[in-house]
Design a protein around this ligand. Sequence first.
Ligand SMILES: Cc1ncc(C[n+]2csc(CCOP(=O)(O)OP(=O)(O)O)c2C)c(N)n1
Ligand code: SF4
Length: 306
Amino acid sequence: MDLSVYASRCVETPEKFSQGHRGCVGCGEVLALRQVFKAVGRDTIVINATGCMEIIASTFPTTTWEIPWIHTLFENTAAVASGIETAYKVMKRKGIYPKDLSVKFLALGGDGATADIGLQALSGAMERGHNFLYVCFDNEAYMNTGVQRSGATPYGASTTTSPAGKTIGQVTWKKNMPAIAIAHNIPYVATANPAYPFDLMEKVKKGQAVEGPAYIHIYSPCPTGWRCPPDLSIRYGRYATESCVFPLFEYENGKYTLNKDIEKPIPVSTYLKGQGRFRHLAEQDVAYIQNHVNNDWAALKKRCQE
Ligand SMILES: Cc1ncc(C[n+]2csc(CCOP(=O)(O)OP(=O)(O)O)c2C)c(N)n1
Ligand code: SF4
């Protein structure tokens, strides 16, 4: 089936993630998670790193997960996914599971779990070529424990461990996780954004369908940590892509594709404005960030044209 037709049908699909979770009002991460769940099949085992999505959906004695789900550590999420996927293959080979059984493996982690603490396990799993999809929900800090900076926090953002004051806030540039995944030569890598739900769901479907590791990096607006109004999560999602701060692209078997070309990017200042984490930035800081975004965007466009 044409994947865009598939994605539009997905919208109607009740996701296997029930109502009544404890996410903050306007949480873009839980919205992204629900979209992911609309695209994955029932026969999926979820391996979930500790983080916001685990905390808000599994407070004992309740659970929001309606498909098999295992909570694991930051450090070893991809290693646990590797072990489960390998055990499944062995069970099939030994005839314990029927040959036509088709189970998928979905590992979920925040940016802290992915770009920092679980990076080694993820790298190993991608290198070994396990058949699984890893989704990183990037809200650009360790949110669940109180907005500490991560390697994916953008330059200039104020967090509790990179407070604006003596320094500009976060003094390093955001770690480029999609590029790190691509460097492992895996069959599928993509970026996605819940402000573009059809694109997101198509990518999840593709990521689950490929043989081997797939990695999807999802922009996840967090009104609590970003100090912005909860009704603007989708607007910030759109601004992020329209300003080229968070471009939407895919890398499939060695080829880059731009999924949303932006002919006239909006100024980065439009994206930064209104977010409390950036409110201390001076004009020259914004110009510095704009220049960085322009360079990254030009480099990505070039790769997509090659
Ligand atoms: C090794 C280790 N360090 C710290 C913690 C405490 N901890 C639990 S969740 C969390 C933050 C998670 O951040 P992230 O992965 O970005 O996900 P988010 O909560 O932002 O969705 C931290 C620091 C932990 N559980 N294990
Ligand atoms: S802290 Fe942020 S990511 Fe976590 S549940 Fe609240 S809005 Fe969502």
